[in-house]
Design a protein around this ligand. Structure first.
Ligand SMILES: Nc1ncnc2c1ncn2[C@@H]1O[C@H](COP(=O)(O)OP(=O)(O)OP(=O)(O)O)[C@@H](O)[C@H]1O
Ligand SMILES: [Mg+2]
Length: 567
């Protein structure tokens, strides 16, 4: 080794040693520095209320705004969910127009227009400029929206990323003027800020009217427009996929979608009637937790504990309410507002110990086996379709029901890949968090081998198959506010598995029949191959001429052909 190289190595080693030597000194020095410790008073100066909008601005991933591609989908989804909910609540067959315009590669303008009942003027600012404001949170009824956060969160995201306000135009009836608002959120106070407002009489000039897919003026309904930072991608997890699946689960809606590339997609109405309107119910006593019971006791207007139980809950008749109060050791005339924690606890225990009728099951609005299959047929070309719609069950006192459908075989589905899953909750497609969802877990835990389908351990079945599962409930338990995955309640998973087993059995029958047919065909082709040899053998044994031999062969072939047709 050259002398210079040796010198360099020695110098490096020396430097390394010196670092090691000096390092503990540095640590010691730092440890000697006095650490500034805060007192409770110091902390108190920093402690203050956090507004819900401030919280969700920092945690926008909880609402489904964690990537620009997802933000576009979530924005469209929130507006479309609301539009469909509003139309159905008003008994109107929905006509939806969804337009997405590219402003730049990372900026899009989304507009969703419905023919619903519209929104009264005074409510517009709060609905669009205040998080946790809505009409569905306090009700137990099957609806797409639940939390009162969806559309205002989309507005807040737009404001945060582009600085532009959300624009709303709404008409409540043909004879009344409409209203147009531009709204922002004061995130510190979670309050709306009105940027502009004007009355609409339907005669206002529309600058780009000719270029529009659909005229902006409507008799009744709402149009929501907002500009957001986003990216547009095609594919199953995209807005395109969401809209296609929405049309599939809502055959009573007509949807017109103008994609960012200008392409128009029209999904005409398949069912001419609205689905059975879902009914609102009161909570079932067996699903209520102690803390909630205590809150309900203090907030009720009922004069005594019996009328409280009878009036605030479902499935509690007057005599049953009395029985509960007595077994809880409470006077039937006791004022609920005065109930102490101990009394609420004994009431809670008495409720749990009392046998009650299960919650009403006729409050849900399923898609139905026939329309499920029809929807699937519109999207997927396959050899075999099956569907099932189960009767309602209950989790935590909430009625819910599960429906499933599948499409199998046919050239368009890949045979060497895991099956494709389409998940719905209250008719809304769930495109993200597939592996966290109770639906996926139930599919994985179903033994598909029983139905002639390949499946590895802890995996989705491997088959040319599209599986569709819909859960409808008065309250869908989502794993987060972004409503992307259903929580794994054992009662829900059990029902999903039963629905899957039902369609699985139908598929198994089809596959086995196919296998039987294939086996018979194989045997037939063997026989066919040997018929000429049988003819020769017969000719040799019986000494018949060629003509008779040909006749025997023809008869055998004919019999074989007939057996094929009869099968
Ligand atoms: N297009 C619309 N037509 C009529 N009413 C609407 C429309 N959009 C929203 N609303 C009203 O505004 C409320 C708030 O909507 P928002 O999306 O914020 O919450 P939500 O739909 O109740 O629940 P979620 O947060 O689960 O979506 C709704 O409950 C509904 O009463
Ligand atoms: Mg909503």
């Amino acid at each position: 080794m050259a002398k210079r190289q040796l010198e360099l190595i020695a110098r490096k080693e020396k430097r390394g040693r010196s670092v090691k030597k000096t390092a503990p000194k540095l640590v010691k020095k730092a440890a000697l520095k006095p650490v500034v410790r805060l007192t409770a008073t110091d902390l108190a100066t920093r402690q203050r209320e956090i507004s819900v909008s401030e919280f969700f601005t920092k945690n926008r991933h909880l609402l489904g705004f964690d990537s620009p591609a997802k933000a576009l989908l979530t924005t469209v989804k929130e507006a479309v969910d609301n539009a469909l909910d509003a139309c159905e609540e008003a008994g109107i067959l929905p006509d939806l127009v969804i337009e997405i315009k590219e402003i730049s590669e990372t900026r899009y303008r989304v507009a969703v227009q419905d023919n619903g009942p519209g929104i009264v003027k005074a409510q517009i600012p709060k609905i669009f400029g205040q998080l946790l404001y809505g009409s569905k949170f306090h009700t137990l009824r099957q609806a797409r929206g639940q939390q009162g956060i969806g559309i205002s969160a989309a507005g807040m995201y737009g404001q945060l990323t582009t600085g532009k306000p959300i624009k709303i135009a709404s008409h409540t009836g043909s004879k009344k003027p409409g209203h147009e608002y531009e709204i922002q959120i004061d995130t510190k106070r979670n309050q709306p800020v009105i940027v502009s407002e004007r009355e609409l009489d339907g005669k206002e000039p529309e600058p780009d009217k000719e270029k529009r897919a659909v005229p902006r003026v409507f008799e009744h309904g709402t149009r929501v427009e907002l500009e957001i930072e986003a990216t547009y991608k095609k594919g199953r997890h995209s807005v395109d996929g969401y809209i296609e699946q929405t049309a599939m689960a809502n055959p009573h809606a007509s949807v017109m979608y103008v994609a960012p590339d200008g392409e128009r997609h029209e999904y005409p109405r398949v069912a001419k009637e609205l689905p059975k309107p879902p009914l609102e119910i009161k909570p079932h006593p067996h699903g209520v937790e102690l803390g909630i019971l205590l809150k309900m006791l203090h907030e009720t207007k009922a004069r005594n504990v019996v009328s409280f139980l009878h009036g605030e809950f479902s499935r509690v008749s007057g005599p049953v309410a009395e029985e509960i109060a007595k077994s809880a050791g409470l006077a039937v005339s006791m004022s609920p507002q005065k109930a102490a924690r101990e009394q609420a606890e004994s009431l809670y225990k008495a409720i749990q110990a009392t046998k009650l009728m299960a919650p009403q099951s006729n409050v849900l609005s399923p898609i139905g086996e026939e329309l499920l299959i029809e929807g699937l047929k519109k999207q997927v070309t396959a050899d075999f379709y099956a569907g099932t719609s189960r009767s309602p069950a209950v989790y935590r006192g909430n009625p819910f029901l599960v429906e499933a459908a599948l499409a199998y075989g046919g050239g368009s589905l890949p045979g060497d890949e895991l099956c494709t899953m389409i998940r719905f909750a209250n008719r809304v497609p769930l495109l993200y968090q597939q592996s966290a969802c109770a639906i996926t877990k139930s599919v994985i835990q179903t033994t598909w081998k029983n139905y002639g389908i390949q499946q590895s351990r802890s995996a989705l079945p491997l088959a040319p198959m599209v599986l569709m599962v819909h859960i409808a409930s008065v309250w869908v338990p989502f794993t987060s506010e972004s409503k992307e995955a259903v929580a794994s309640y054992p009662e829900i998973m059990k029902e999903i598995k039963l629905a899957l087993q039902d369609v699985g059995r139908k598929l198994g029958l089809y596959i086995r029949r196919g296998l039987r047919e294939a086996d018979a065909e194989k045997k037939r082709s063997y026989i066919e191959k040997y018929i000429p040899h049988i003819g020769i053998a017969l000719q040799e044994i019986l000494g018949i001429d060629d003509k008779r031999k040909e006749k025997v062969c023809a008869t055998l072939k004919d019999t074989l052909e007939r057996s094929r047709k009869n099968d």
